[in-house]
Design a protein around this ligand. Structure first.
Ligand code: HEC
Length: 144
């Protein structure tokens, strides 16, 4: 009898887990969007454009933003340490620095170079930045 106990428990648990997983995959609170065909779809496209048109509009909006505007959005991640206007705090003051200084410093941190005693703090911040991110940040910070 004991021999069957563990397989039985295992089977019961498996059935419960599978039942829970599959029931949570069902969408209960939304209408079936797959049924938007024909007239419904035409109305949707008239109001919102096709998916391709929507993607193109988003890309155009992003491309229309200049580097400083993009950098301003990215600077939200820096403000806690460097101050909203780059006046300094945990990190040094950035206000008054030109874009070459910012680009050089961020590239160095991205490459895990030591500049000051607390460079490790900036390594974590700079590692995920792309060259474009660095240029955008430099454009914004140098305008502060
Ligand atoms: C967790 C706090 C923190 C965050 C977040 C942070 N920094 Fe820093 N930052 C520092 C510290 C501390 C230093 C000094 C590092 C050193 O000793 O080399 C520094 C140094 C710098 C320097 C060099 C300044 C100088 O005078 O040499 C630049 C440029 C810089 N940070 C830009 C940024 C940008 C841009 C962001 C956002 C993407 C950012 N930091 C986010 C803490 C932070």
């Amino acid at each position: 009898m004991n021999k069957l106990l563990y397989p039985a428990i295992f089977l019961a648990v498996t059935i419960i887990v599978v039942a829970m997983a599959t029931s949570s995959l069902d969408v209960h609170d939304r209408p079936d969007t797959n049924l938007c065909i024909g007239e419904c779809y035409e109305e949707y496209v008239a109001a919102n454009g096709t998916v391709v048109e929507q993607a193109r509009a988003q890309a155009e909006a992003a491309a229309a933003m200049n580097p400083a505007e993009l950098g301003k959005a990215a600077f939200a991640a820096c403000a806690a340490c460097h101050g909203a206007a780059g006046e300094g705090g945990v990190g040094p003051q950035l206000q008054g620095r030109d874009s070459a200084f910012i680009t050089t410093a961020l590239t160095a941190y991205k490459n895990r170079e030591t500049r000051g005693e607390q460079s490790a703090m900036m390594w974590t911040v700079a590692t995920p930045l792309s060259d474009a991110d660095i240029n955008n940040l430099a454009a914004f910070v140098s305008s502060l």
